[in-house]
Design a protein around this ligand. Structure first.
Ligand code: UDP
Length: 250
């Protein structure tokens, strides 16, 4: 199954999947059952801005089986394009449902990314939560030892590879090695491994409901302000693209 049969809305030329969280997990199950390798990207506005500035990353986005709206920015923007997204589809919300399904179906999961301590704690956490799941991991600071890491993944032969190396590193890694690893479903999940390890707290429910999770992350880690400048840039470009009838010029 390929990405181009999914219903999508193009935001600044990036095709976001219109599936909601539940439908996305169902779609992932189909991808896994197909046995062919697939790359899924969970993209927030920052990721979109990165892809627009980086042709190689842009190509990777366009080749992905699915791009999910990981953040309220894409949901907001979709209204301007006349095809509203129903909700955010985040790595943090979808992956627990995926792990549940994996445990039931007997699919194994490999977690790649985060510090050695965080990765080990996350593997432990997942194993405790899903006792019948076959799960393993490797930290994300492997430098030039990529061959050894690939060998470990190949030997483990997971159906699901969750890669948390941050954007764009995780997408480059997946795009470069997916065919060789032959993993049916590889997803870039950013900081989710740190959340599972307990090292990083997800924003409280009220922040998620009030759509200000980004503000919580900024307050917790003010060094992110530079990265979050991508948010107003994204908003301006969407308005220029849809309201003022002209393409943005860099
Ligand atoms: N990371 C990693 N290897 C690297 C760089 C980053 O494993 O070389 C991990 C980092 O420890 C963290 C995650 O990648 O767990 C990035 O998290 P962040 O919340 O920044 O993700 P993003 O917002 O970029 O999706």
């Amino acid at each position: 199954m390929s990405g181009n049969i999914l219903p999508t809305v193009e935001i600044l030329g990036i095709p976001f999947s219109l599936l909601n969280t539940q439908e996305t997990v169902e779609y992932w199950k189909q991808l896994i059952r197909s046995g062919e390798p697939h790359h899924v990207i969970t993209a927030n506005p920052e990721a979109v801005m990165m892809a627009l500035k980086d042709p190689k990353l842009h190509r990777i986005f366009l080749q992905a089986a699915q791009i999910t709206p990981d953040g309220i920015g894409a949901v907001w923007a979709s209204r301007f394009y006349g095809t509203p997204l129903r909700e955010r589809v985040t790595g943090a919300d979808t992956t627990p449902l995926l792990l549940q399904a994996a445990e039931r179906e007997g699919w194994s999961v490999f977690l790649l990314g985060a510090s050695p301590e965080s990765n080990a704690l996350a593997v432990q956490h997942v194993q405790t939560r899903y006792p019948n799941l076959r799960v393993a991991g490797h930290h994300g600071y492997f430098g030039d030892q990529v061959k050894a890491v690939l060998e470990q993944i190949r030997t483990f032969a997971p159906e699901i590879l969750l890669v948390g190396l941050g954007m764009p590193k995780q997408e480059y890694f997946i795009a470069e090695h997916l065919q060789d690893l032959k993993v049916p479903l590889a997803i870039g999940i950013g900081g989710v491994i740190d959340v599972w390890s307990g090292k990083v707290k997800r924003a409280p429910k009220w922040c998620q409901e009030w759509k200000v999770e980004w503000l919580y992350r900024l307050a917790k880690d003010p060094s992110r302000w530079r990265r979050q400048l991508a948010l107003p840039q994204f908003a301006l470009r969407v308005l220029a693209d849809t309201r003022f009838g002209q393409k943005w010029k860099d």
